[in-house]
Design a protein around this ligand. Structure first.
Ligand code: GTR
Length: 382
């Protein structure tokens, strides 16, 4: 038997980053400068959104027949009496078929009125978001978030699309099978992002939470998803993208750590088929990831990295955030990111574009969540 191993040359040496020119978020495809928020919203933002839809993440379905919110469980003395737990099944019906998304929501018991909520896109095993709190994980430190006065919620990506290159159509895409034939049809990451928006639909009619103050959180592949969901759906108030790396918050053109060719080969079920044209052709893409972050403006974005996670290109993430600043500036939203990457473990939160690099591995930890809460404290009114 012949074993064939494909190796991908990965660069971890800053000196070997090739020279590159980023597409300008403020120059239209017709070469016109974008000078104000109106021109951004009317011309350039839709243009960039279409490019990401058609070339990277794939289009999302715009309609469905019906949605319903089925109460599953309510426990008014969860977390030793500190929280109300509400479990709900969000059911989406289309063309005689349906998908269901289970959402767990903890709301501080002491809250008066609707509270802001952190929503996690869970791409790790379900035990990380155990509603019974028998298992506790720093990946979703629900008690800590509730103690800070916020509600906290989670759903699991597998309810929308299995994270598997063969099985990914066995979720939302069952309702929209035509997308599978389209070169710009969404796959798993689009399906997960679509799910985040359906949870937003639920929040809009859930009296315990303030749907105008939803902080969407994702880690790694979930962090790619949180950015794409917040870019698409302007109802999300804040986006947190933790260690999201390639095709997340990191610039592709730097070709540092993971590259487009590698992500499309190992995870062919994440992005649309058109994206594969850009394998080893980063410079031919009319977008780079600073433009994805720009689409979220003027809403605050917080991105993170970890010192040992060079795969996700921390410097490229910081630079993507820096290169989105001028779009936020159209809205007079100040970025206080320094000119060069921040010192380890020092979060910049008092800024429309927030960032930290944490000591340690590719992960989402209590330290990360403490900074998300600080960031929300600055940008939301509780
Ligand atoms: C890696 C992948 C990254 C990131 C990560 C994760 O294998 O190359 O892009 O998504 O998985 O999701 O933890």
């Amino acid at each position: 038997m012949l074993f064939c191993t494909v190796t991908y040359a990965q660069n971890y040496n800053e000196a070997l980053v090739p020279a590159y020119t980023l597409p300008d978020p403020l120059i239209t495809l017709n070469n016109r400068p974008v000078k104000n928020a109106k021109a951004w919203e009317q011309t350039r933002r839709p243009e960039i959104l279409r490019l990401f839809e058609n070339l990277v993440y794939g289009q999302m379905p715009k309609t469905f027949d019906r949605i319903s919110y089925v109460p599953v469980r309510e426990d008014r003395s969860a977390m030793n009496g500190h929280a109300i737990l509400k479990e709900t099944r969000v059911m989406i019906y289309h063309r005689g078929d349906s998908v269901s998304i289970d959402v767990s929501l903890f709301v501080p018991k002491a809250a008066k009125g609707a509270v802001p909520v952190f929503l996690l896109i869970n791409n790790r095993p379900k035990k990380n978001t155990d509603p019974d709190r028998k298992e506790k994980s720093a990946f979703w430190p629900a008690e800590m978030v509730v103690d800070s006065g916020y509600a906290v919620a989670a759903f699991h990506v597998s309810d929308l699309a299995p994270d598997d290159k063969v099985k990914y159509p066995e979720g939302v895409l069952r309702l929209y099978p035509e997308m599978l034939q389209q070169p710009n049809g969404m796959k798993a990451i689009g399906s997960w992002a679509w799910g985040a928006s359906r949870i937003m639909d639920y929040f809009e009619q859930e009296p315990l939470v303030d749907a105008k103050q939803v902080v969407l959180v994702g880690h790694s592949r979930g962090g790619k998803t949180s950015l794409w969901a917040a870019a698409q759906d302007q109802r999300f108030a804040i986006c947190v993208s933790n260690c999201s790396g390639n095709t997340g918050a990191a610039l592709s053109r730097r070709q540092f750590g993971e590259r487009i060719s590698r992500i499309n080969t190992v995870f062919p079920h994440w992005f649309c088929n058109n994206y594969k044209q850009y394998n080893d052709r980063e410079n031919d893409l009319p977008v780079d990831q600073h433009m994805l972050i720009s689409l979220i403006a003027p809403r605050p974005v917080f991105a993170t990295n970890a010192t040992k996670d060079l795969w996700a290109d921390p410097t490229g993430t910081f630079l993507a955030m820096k290169n989105a600043e001028k779009v936020f500036a159209l809205y007079k939203k100040q970025s206080r990111l320094p000119d060069s990457p921040t010192p380890v473990n020092e979060a910049v939160v008092n800024s429309a574009l927030g960032y930290h690099i944490r000591e340690g591995e590719h992960d989402m930890t209590a330290f990360d969540w403490q900074q998300f809460i600080r960031f929300a404290n600055v940008h939301l009114r509780k």
